[in-house]
Design a protein around this ligand. Structure first.
Ligand code: ADP
Ligand code: F6P
Length: 328
């Protein structure tokens, strides 16, 4: 007998490609396990507004390939309050929901933790393009986002080379530089600026650009993370200092949309099924992760206390491969 009768599923925080694949897996694995599923629309806001729908295997047909989230997502300040959390738990009980799968980031896990405190079994799944969740080596949406950004940067590179320009391309990542680092390496950028490492020494970038131009390079690509930002004003200053035409391109929300890659669909499917399984086993206050080659789960508090750092070695390699500032 499963430990829960009806589970709810919601998506919360920023959307990410692959969230639909995760919803589909939660719904189908729960049904296979003999458990009913309800979809909660628009994250915790939808829970407080009782936007709750019945879900069956058909309601998740034809969504595995779609970006965004069919349930919608939201940010909800009321859910940060004790009253909001109590109300959310009461609404779950009213609808017979005794377990919830929350697909989102660290903030969403805090909400899941609060529901668990109020007697609703909860499991989180890492859904964010930023890769910045410490308890897991993989977050749903990252692979699609980096491939979208990489393709866009390749295109900017073509025109940049043709016009012998310098280009600053800003990618998402308010607090984390993973998208910038991965794309910077994959696109062969001359400079990669990430919040975890940038020393704000613009003069050294300017020196690199001048040195590279002397070596005959026709373009200079700078991949800049959103957490550093200010790409347009940076471009103006670089152009003034180097005399080389410099343009800024901010990729923005295109990185968060689009059909998920195979990798995102796969991780989302396994993580979604895993979350449904552990809820059915009676586990609560857990978060699913992929760590050291295996799908695992952690206590939410333990997961939130973990730290994730950009690898020193990978960052050093990114610097070495760009050959920036070399004279030969
Ligand atoms: P993410 O889940 O991507 O990190 P947010 O940090 O915006 O995104 O969190 C998403 C939602 O989770 C918030 O709008 C809020 O409803 C809920 N949430 C965030 N922090 C807390 C908290 N400390 N307690 C309860 N709910 C929270
Ligand atoms: O999904 C992650 C992320 O893209 C961050 O990199 C970014 O800072 C944030 O979401 C912005 O989200 P929004 O504009 O929806 O608040």
């Amino acid at each position: 007998m499963p430990a829960v009768k009806t589970i709810g599923v919601l998506t919360s925080g920023g959307d990410a490609p692959g969230m639909n694949a995760a919803i589909r897996a939660v719904v189908r694995k729960a049904i296979v396990n003999g458990v009913s599923v309800k979809g909660i629309k628009k994250g915790y806001q939808g829970l407080l507004n009782e936007e709750i729908i019945d879900m069956d295997t058909r309601s998740v047909s034809d969504i595995i390939q779609r970006g965004g989230t069919i349930l919608g997502t939201a940010r909800c300040s009321e859910f940060r309050t004790e009253e909001g959390q109590q109300k959310g738990a009461d609404i779950c009980k009213k609808h017979g929901i005794d377990g919830i799968v929350v697909i989102g980031g660290d903030g969403s896990y805090r909400g899941a933790q609060a529901l668990a405190r109020h007697g609703i079994n909860t499991v989180g799944i890492p859904g964010t393009i930023d890769l910045d969740i410490a308890c897991t080596d993989y977050t749903i949406g990252f692979d699609t986002a980096i491939n979208t950004a990489m393709d866009a940067i390749d295109k900017v590179r073509d025109t940049s080379s043709s016009h012998e320009r310098c280009s600053i391309i800003e990618v998402m990542g308010r607090n984390a530089g993973y998208i910038a680092l991965w794309c910077g390496v994959a696109n062969g950028a001359e400079d990669i600026l990430i919040p975890e490492k940038y020393d704000y020494n613009e003069q050294s970038i300017i020196n690199n650009i001048i040195a590279n131009r002397r070596r005959g390079k026709t373009h200079h690509l700078i991949v800049n993370a959103e957490g550093i930002g200010h790409s347009t004003s940076m471009a103006r200053r670089i152009e003034a200092a180097t005399g080389i035409e410099t343009r800024a391109t901010i990729l923005g929300y295109m990185q968060r949309g689009g059909n998920p890659t195979c990798t995102d669909r796969y991780y989302a499917s396994i993580m979604g099924a895993y979350a449904a399984d552990i809820l059915c086993e009676g586990k609560s206050n857990r978060v699913v992760g992929f760590k050291n080659g295996a799908f695992v789960d952690f206590d939410i508090e333990e997961a939130l206390q973990m730290q994730k750092n950009i690898s020193e070695y990978e960052f050093e390699v990114s610097r070495a491969l760009s050959m920036s500032g070399m004279t030969k």
